[in-house]
Design a protein around this ligand. Structure first.
Ligand code: SF4
Length: 403
């Protein structure tokens, strides 16, 4: 594992500032308005919007000076009023398996403080998946998830969500004319970020409008150009928003299921108390666009002695009957202080064999980036992690002194 702090990162771009308007994450209409504000005549607005879009999303530039088809005078005015900078990188960690995790800092929103979120890049044979965060912290407190122990600070803006994609593509050399860092593990050919999963910190359906806007930008053909079939939005089960996700965003859907009985899911994924399994399954059955080519992925974390019995595997099969589905079995990734253990390999294989026999493709997801706490359910802003560690040390000290 290697870790670098922002001060020593090569070519670390300037951080976005709170004072200048960030153009990243604006839709075309908003970009047009920003251009009017800096004095671009109405007849030029459309053309200039197209130029900015191209430079920001297709070429990934972070400096107006690079926009060579825009007059110098306008570039200067844009630079004075607006920003296209990448977010500040607090740390960049690279796992032995090539997984990369960035801790990114965004400026305060309004009177708040700067916030930090994690973004993870997972290179595999033939594809590169970027796991993107939608909130700082989370309200849902899933029992096996590290992020759930960090209380919600705020939603990320569309710009902050898109910035994670831009930053990752920049750091791994996935924009045209950019170089991939020496020794980086990336797919052999083609684009390096091929898939997006909204599976990082937060519940994306509790930040629906910003996530929707960001994913529209991510899938825009004149810019980042990711197919919506390669964008997956993962929810813990915010049932009333599932229909809108299919109808309005058109991304693929993943459900963090993790249990097949309400009593257990109430504990593991507490939102289940509000939207129990039967309601969740009904929302999945009627998900717009659902077909064998557009299956819903059901995530199932394997917790030793908790949810991993053959009976539960059979119940899972029964539950998903009639839903075009895939099952992802995720060996639990422990984190400091977690109360659960990962199921034994044999148990996982027995479970997988049952769902496989029922016709569900259920690859056992090999944990990635475990050495840098980048695997599923392990994300948390590092400062928060340090604070938690300090709290634990303090508690141990108090306990030790008998206070
Ligand atoms: S699994 Fe997702 S929804 Fe649940 S606490 Fe973690 S980040 Fe929040």
């Amino acid at each position: 594992m290697t870790e670098t702090a922002s001060a020593s990162l090569p070519e670390t771009p300037p951080a976005a500032t709170a004072e200048r308007l960030s153009l990243v994450g604006l839709d075309r209409e908003e970009l047009g308005e920003a251009l009017r504000q800096v004095g671009v005549p109405e007849r030029q607005v459309r053309m200039r919007v197209a130029q900015l879009w191209h430079w920001i999303y297709l070429r990934g530039v972070d400096d107006f000076a690079a926009m060579t088809n825009i007059a110098k005078d306008l570039r200067t005015r844009l630079d004075a009023a607006c920003s296209i900078a990448y977010p500040e990188i607090v740390s960049e960690q690279v796992s032995v398996d090539g997984t990369r995790k960035w801790l990114l800092r965004f400026p305060p929103a309004g009177a708040g403080r700067p916030v930090e979120v994690e973004t993870v890049y997972i290179p595999e044979e033939g594809r590169g998946t970027l796991c993107v965060s939608s909130q700082v912290g989370c309200t849902l407190n899933c029992a096996f998830c590290h992020t759930g122990t960090q209380k919600l600070v705020r939603n990320l803006s569309a710009g902050e969500i898109v910035a994670q994609i831009r930053l990752a593509r920049h750091r791994i050399g996935d924009f045209p004319d950019a170089a991939t860092p020496t020794g980086a593990i990336v797919p052999g050919e083609g684009r390096l970020v091929t898939n997006i999963v909204m599976m990082g910190m937060g519940e994306p359906l509790y930040n629906f409008d910003n996530v929707k806007k960001a994913l529209f930008i991510a899938s825009d053909n004149e810019g980042l150009g990711l197919s919506r079939r390669r964008i997956t939005l993962s929810t813990a089960g915010v049932v009333p928003m599932i229909e809108r996700t299919g109808a309005e965003i058109g991304a693929m859907l993943a459900i963090s299921l993790h249990a097949v009985r309400d009593e257990l899911r109430d504990v593991l994924v507490p939102i289940n108390r509000k939207y129990p399994i039967a309601e969740l399954m009904e929302a999945c059955r009627t998900f717009p666009g659902l077909s064998n080519a557009r299956r819903i992925t059901f995530e199932y974390v394997m917790l030793k002695g908790v949810n991993d019995s053959p009976e539960e595997a059979r119940e899972l099969v029964r539950l998903l009957k009639g839903i075009p589905a895939k099952i992802n079995l995720i060996p639990f990734n422990p984190w400091p202080g977690s109360a659960y253990e990962c199921s034994d390999w044999e148990t996982i294989e027995t479970f997988a064999a049952i769902v496989n026999r029922a016709g569900y493709a259920s690859p056992i997801r090999t944990p990635r980036g475990r050495d840098i706490l980048a695997a599923c359910g392990q994300l948390k802003s590092t400062s928060e992690r340090l604070r938690a560690r300090e709290r634990m040390a303090m508690e141990a000290m108090i306990a030790g002194t008998g206070a």
